[in-house]
Design a protein around this ligand. Structure first.
Ligand code: AMP
Ligand code: FE
Ligand code: FE
Ligand code: ZN
Length: 283
């Protein structure tokens, strides 16, 4: 049975639920454990842990780190690390500074196309969380440049759009090493479309200490999941997964509870990370 969802976003990045609301939704869905994996932010953990005390719901430390590999954006998930290490916050802040720089460049490109938006117009939708393209999409809707966030992505924000700005940042191998240095397990997020069976990417990640592969993800149909499962097992990697829920938006309900992984995956992640030895992960 799927009792754990290990890929979830809150208002600390581009999700619609606050950590408390997400915890409520997870408890309603009957989940036993969740990991909040906000983009380049671990600030939501404290609130989630506090709020989860009223339920039998375990919160595993998590994060989704944005990285760049050969001009492509690649996401690395981290689990069970020690976010209280003195350097961790500085690392997260540097990641978010990269997001702010990218956002400035997006605004310049949009200005070239006659669309005038300010950082404040975008930041208003982020509410202090990690700035991302979804917030710019919301600002474009609010300014009536487009009529939906999807249209904003299709016309301006997707990698095919003329106004697209690639992210510059750390490599996925560096993200894997950083998560390991903090005592965690790193898993490659939604690998669909990445060249894992050819070229150097997979070997680079394994060399850096990759510990998992995100097998269960809404973008990956059953056959692809089976492929990733066998690939993971052949390399001794854990099969992680979750709904990548960003909360209810544009008429779509939250996905939380619709998919996930067995609790045994959480136990394996804990046994391979400091979360297992600290013992403070379980509520
Ligand atoms: P960023 O972190 O700024 O690169 O934004 C990436 C986020 O934008 C993803 O995590 C999704 O939440 C969202 N996203 C990416 N591509 C699309 C798309 N084509 N349509 C809608 N949302 C998208
Ligand atoms: Fe996102
Ligand atoms: Fe992602
Ligand atoms: Zn995500």
């Amino acid at each position: 049975m799927a009792t754990a969802d290990l890929h979830l976003h809150t208002t600390y990045s581009d999700g619609r639920f606050t950590p408390s609301e997400l915890v409520d939704a997870a408890a309603r869905a009957g989940l036993r454990a969740i990991a909040i994996t906000d983009h380049d932010h671990t600030g939501g953990l404290a609130e989630a842990r506090e709020h989860a005390r009223r339920y039998r719901l375990e919160i595993l430390t998590g994060v989704e780190i944005n990285t760049v590999w050969q001009d492509r954006e690649l996401h690395v998930l981290g689990y069970g690390f020690d976010e209280t290490l003195d350097w961790w916050d500085a690392f997260m802040r540097e990641q978010r500074a990269g997001r702010a720089r990218r956002m400035e460049r997006f605004l310049e490109r949009l200005a070239d196309h006659g669309i005038a938006l300010t950082m404040e117009d975008v930041a208003r939708h982020a509410d202090g969380g990690a700035l991302g393209r979804p917030h710019l999409a919301q600002a474009l809707v609010a300014a009536r440049v487009v009529s939906s966030e999807q249209q904003a992505f299709d016309q301006f924000l997707s990698s095919q759009a003329p106004t697209y700005v690639p992210r510059d940042g750390i490599s996925p191998a560096e993200a894997v090493q950083t998560i390991r240095r903090a005592g965690g397990v790193a898993s490659l997020a939604h690998p669909k479309g990445l060249p894992l069976d050819e070229g150097p990417l997979f070997d680079e990640l394994l060399e850096a200490g990759l510990g998992g592969l995100e097998v269960v993800h809404p973008s990956q149909p059953p056959a692809l999941r089976e492929y990733y499962r066998s690939l993971a097992e052949s390399r001794g990697l854990l099969c992680t997964g979750g709904t990548d829920d960003h909360g209810p938006k544009e008429g779509q309900p939250s996905r939380i509870g619709s998919d996930g992984v067995p609790y045994a995956v959480v136990e394996a992640l804990k046994s391979r990370s400091v979360a297992g030895s600290r013992g403070k992960e379980s509520r």
